[in-house]
Design a protein around this ligand. Structure first.
Ligand SMILES: Cc1ncc(COP(=O)(O)O)c(C=O)c1O
Length: 458
């Protein structure tokens, strides 16, 4: 007879518990992160340098040292469509693994577009609209970010143009249709719509694209279209800031569960969901609280934290962005077309890179077949089909839980399940059919990618 599980499974907060402010980790860092530099002068950039791309309120958030940045009411109202998000205790997964560990996951896949990305898309759309912007240009990897911004564009009445990495455009037609359903226009990147896209296509016809190339196209589109600003789904400080609603809610929910994490795990592409979950917990540590084992899980195909260098580099392939100090594989690096399109980025958020350098978080890189094996176990126990990106967090979680089984420790693990994979079933089909391959990254390919990292004077 099946065991009846009577203990509590989901920890739910009322609507009025949606945070009223985003948490700004800059206020609590043990030392400040190195500033972005102007590529021409080598000097720290000022607000004026960012003004062609972003509205002033977002630029102010990048330089703010205030611990709390108020969430405007229209953004909180839009958050009510899906926040607070649930925290689940993965009791059935624990049972299947036969582990004494307690596993919790914060589930962001219940948002309208299916991931954590609307947390910042709604904020960015609101601040742009408030400053008279009529159109936003952006890139998307997996299509999750593009879908989120398309949804936010519909919510705040903005036109949205999306440059979608070719590999994902071909693998995930339903993501494109979702974006178009919300009213966005979508082109595969590299595209003929920009001069940079034309150049890349001329050099490499059939180029599978990368986030770095798509960012270059979106920036070129922005500066060549009046009334347009640029919007991005990861890496930049204000994006990480907006995602901290995840971690703040998780602190309240763990309190309801009467437990404190020993280990906190997230997948990291540019780092926004990872920061969203972990920064509010790390902030408690920085203010003198308990220390947690914090793990960023990245793909072997784009291992910026585990195998990249910590250096000033460009955020895009055309080298149009400011230079930011981050763990990077070189802005020319084109990762293999793994299914976790959202993790195919050459760099890591500067704030995460800085905290990693301080030794306050750990990183691991995992191959995609291990991740999908974890996802299958998860789907068959917890019922949710994860997006390919958080399968990395789940694989890391299962490694930790199995280590607990070995040691007999009942550690508390909290992880971010930052999106569902219902539009990623082609990846599952490939895995289930035994056709999924691991790509790895050879030392030789890594060395030639790193050779492109700029060498700064001084
Ligand atoms: C579901 C999902 N998770 C994770 C990521 C990776 O981005 P980040 O590291 O900023 O959370 C993406 C990016 O597109 C995504 O769609």
């Amino acid at each position: 007879m099946a065991t009846v599980l009577t203990e509590r499974t989901r920890y739910l907060l009322d609507e009025d518990r949606i945070p009223r402010a985003w948490y700004n980790i800059a206020a609590d860092l043990p030392s400040p992160a190195p500033p972005p530099l102007h590529p021409g002068t080598g000097q720290p950039i000022g607000p004026g340098d960012l003004a062609p791309l972003f509205p002033m309120e977002l630029i102010k958030q990048v330089v703010s040292q205030e611990r709390e940045v108020e969430i405007p009411d229209p953004v909180r109202d839009a958050y009510k469509l899906y926040r607070p998000s649930p925290l689940h205790r993965a009791r059935r997964l624990e049972k299947a693994l036969d582990t004494p560990a307690h596993i919790y996951y914060k589930y962001e896949g219940g948002s309208p577009s299916g991931s954590h990305k609307p947390n910042t898309a709604l904020a960015q759309a609101y601040f742009n609209k408030a400053e008279g912007v009529t159109r936003l240009a952006t890139e998307t990897g997996a299509g999750q970010w593009g879908s989120a911004l398309a949804f936010a564009g519909a919510a705040f009445d903005l036109e949205i143009k999306v440059f979608m990495v070719r590999a994902s455009y071909d693998q995930k037609p339903y993501r494109r249709i979702l974006m178009e359903t919300y009213g966005a226009s979508v082109v595969p990147s590299p595209s003929p719509d920009t001069q940079y896209g034309q150049k890349v296509l001329a050099e490499t016809p059939g180029h599978t694209g990368s986030l770095g190339v798509a960012i270059s196209e979106a920036i070129e589109d922005t500066v060549t279209h009046p009334g347009t600003k640029y919007s991005l789904g990861s890496v930049f400080d204000f994006v990480l800031l907006h995602q901290t609603v995840i971690g703040q809610e998780s602190i309240a929910q763990m309190d309801m569960a009467g437990e404190e994490p020993d280990v906190i795990i997230g997948c990291a592409g540019g780092g926004s969901n990872f920061a969203g979950l972990t920064f509010p917990w790390l902030g408690q540590t920085f203010r003198g609280g308990r220390k947690y084992k914090v793990i960023a899980a990245e793909p072997e195909a784009a291992p910026s934290l585990t195998r990249g260098v910590y250096a000033y580099d460009f955020g895009d392939t055309a080298k149009t962005t400011p230079l930011v100090k981050m763990h990077t594989l070189g802005s020319d690096f084109i990762p293999e077309p793994i299914h976790a399109g959202g993790l195919r980025y050459h760099g890591m958020a500067p704030l995460i890179s800085h905290i990693y350098e301080l030794g306050l978080l750990e990183a691991i890189a995992i191959e995609q077949t291990e991740c999908f094996a974890a996802a299958i176990t998860f789907a068959r126990t917890e019922g949710i089909v994860p997006a390919p990106e958080p399968t990395h967090a789940l694989a890391a979680t299962i490694r930790e839980a199995l280590a607990c089984k070995e040691s007999g420790e009942d550690k508390v693990i909290v992880t971010a399940l930052c999106g569902h994979g219902l539009l990623d079933l082609a990846a599952y089909e490939e895995y289930l059919g035994g056709q999924m391959v691991d790509s790895g990254l050879s030392d030789q390919d890594l060395a030639s990618a790193l050779a492109a990292v700029p060498v700064l004077a001084g």
